[in-house]
Design a protein around this ligand. Structure first.
Ligand code: TRP
Length: 360
C-alpha cells in the first residue's frame, strides 16, 4: 500500500523548539525521503476553535505564524500539501457520520480528552464540539487515507480512537478507510522537551518556550537562564543530570561534531556528562555550548523566515492551493464513504432500477 503522511498543529501560537524536535524536523526528513506518496500538513484551526471559542482572532492571526514556521523549517509546498482544516468542509461531513460509530462513554475514556477537560476546567460544562474533537481528528486522518501520523505520545489516544472508528466503519459498511499508525519521536528527550524552567513541557501558557522565530539574542538569554541542578552551587560541586534541562536539551540536539566545533576538550556528550557529575564543570560553560548548538540549528530557520515574511500574500496563495488540493482528495474519500453507507442516491442506478421494479 502506498504510504501517506498526515499531521498538523493547532494555530494557537508560534511554534517552538518542542514542536521542532518533537515533530517538525522529522516531517521535513519524511517529506524529503521519497518513501511517501504524499505528505499532508494541516493547520488545525477548526480544532483550535473547540477550546478557543471566545477567541477566534487568536486562531486567525496564528495561521500565518504557523505557516511561516512550517516553511522556514523546510516544509516545501512543492513536496507537501500545506492546508487549512476549516477550508475542507468534507471533514465536517465525515465527522458527522463517524459520530454514529462512537459512544459517549468511549469518548469519556479518551485519556487526552480527560486530561484536557481537567486542564481547561471544563468539568462542569464541556462544549460538545470539544468533547467530540477526537472524532473530528479521525476525519482529518481518514479523509486523506493517511497511513502514517507523526505525533507526540500525547496524541496516541487520538490515533487509537481513529483506528477503532476505521475498523468499525469497514466492518459495518465496507472496506473504505485506512487504519493509520502513529510515528513517534525517536528519543525521550525529543518526545517531551521540557520548558526552559525545567517544567514538564514547553508550553506557551507557562512562558517557558524558545520559539523558532526568537532572535539570536533572545535564544541566548533564555539558554543562559535555563533551569539546571539547584544543588550544583559551586563549579567544584558534583552535578546531577536528572531533571537538568540543559542536559535534556543536549540529549535532544547535540551531535558529536558539535564538540569539534565548540568544545574540543571533550569527545562526546558522555564525557561532558561524566565531568559534570564528578564536579568541576560549571553550568555557564555547558550553557554556552548549548547556545552555540541551538544558534547553529536556528539561524538558517530564522533567515528563511525573514525571506518568506517578505511576501505574505504568497503564503496565503500556498495555503489556498494546498487547501484546494486537499479538498479534492477528501471529496473522493467522502464519496466512497457515502456510497458504502448507501446514501449516494443519485449516483446509484441500481437503486433506481430496484425501485422501478418494486412499483411496477
Ligand atoms: N490534535 C493535534 C494537536 O493538538 C492537532 C491535530 C488535529 C492533528 N488534527 C490532526 C494531528 C490530525 C495529527 C493528525 O497537536
Amino acid at each position: 500500500m502506498e504510504k501517506i503522511i498526515l499531521t498538523g498543529d493547532r494555530p494557537t501560537g508560534r511554534l517552538h523548539l518542542g514542536h521542532y524536535v518533537g515533530s517538525l524536523k522529522r516531517r521535513v526528513d519524511l517529506q524529503n525521503s521519497g518513501d511517501y506518496k504524499r505528505t499532508m500538513i494541516m493547520i488545525a484551526d477548526a480544532q483550535a476553535l473547540t477550546d478557543n471559542i471566545e477567541n477566534p482572532e487568536k486562531v486567525r492571526q496564528n495561521i500565518i505564524e504557523v505557516a511561516l514556521d512550517y516553511l522556514s523549517c523546510g516544509l516545501d509546498p512543492k513536496k507537501s500539501i500545506l492546508f487549512i482544516q476549516s477550508q475542507i468542509s468534507e471533514l465536517c461531513e465525515l465527522t458527522f457520520y463517524y459520530m454514529d460509530l462512537v459512544t459517549v462513554s468511549r469518548l469519556q475514556r479518551n485519556p487526552t480528552v480527560k486530561s484536557e477537560i481537567k486542564m481547561r476546567n471544563f468539568e462542569a460544562s464541556i462544549p460538545v464540539g470539544f468533547f467530540t474533537y477526537p472524532i473530528s481528528q479521525a476525519a482529518d486522518i481518514t479523509a486523506f487515507k493517511a497511513t502514517t501520523v507523526p505525533v507526540g505520545d500525547d496524541q496516541l489516544p487520538m490515533i487509537e480512537q481513529t483506528r477503532e472508528i476505521v475498523r468499525k466503519f469497514n466492518t459495518v459498511y465496507d472496506e473504505v478507510l485506512v487504519e493509520p499508525d502513529a510515528l513517534l519521536p525517536e528519543t525521550e528527550a525529543c518526545m517531551r522537551l521540557p520548558g526552559t524552567d525545567g517544567k514538564a513541557k514547553m508550553s506557551k501558557s507557562l512562558g517557558n518556550c524558545i520559539y523558532l522565530a526568537d532572535s539570536a539574542d533572545d535564544v541566548r538569554k533564555k539558554v543562559m537562564s535555563m533551569y539546571t541542578d539547584p544543588t550544583h552551587l559551586q563549579v567544584s560541586d558534583p552535578g546531577h543530570l536528572e531533571g537538568n534541562t540543559v542536559f535534556t536539551y543536549l540529549d535532544a540536539f547535540c551531535k558529536e561534531e558539535h564538540f569539534e566545533r565548540y568544545l574540543p576538550d571533550y569527545a562526546n556528550l558522555g564525557e561532558l556528562k561524566g565531568h559534570y557529575q564528578r564536579g568541576g564543570l560549571g553550568d555557564v560553560k555547558v550553557k554556552k555550548f548549548l547556545n552555540n548548538i541551538l544558534q547553529e540549528e536556528l539561524e538558517p530557520i530564522r533567515l528563511r523566515r525573514k525571506e518568506f515574511e517578505k511576501d505574505i500574500p504568497e503564503i496565503y496563495r500556498i495555503l489556498k492551493e494546498g487547501s484546494d488540493a486537499a479538498r479534492e482528495i477528501a471529496a473522493q474519500t467522502l464519496s466512497e464513504v457515502k456510497s458504502a453507507m448507501k446514501i449516494n442516491y443519485f449516483e446509484d442506478q441500481d437503486l433506481i432500477n430496484e425501485q422501478v421494479k418494486k412499483y411496477h
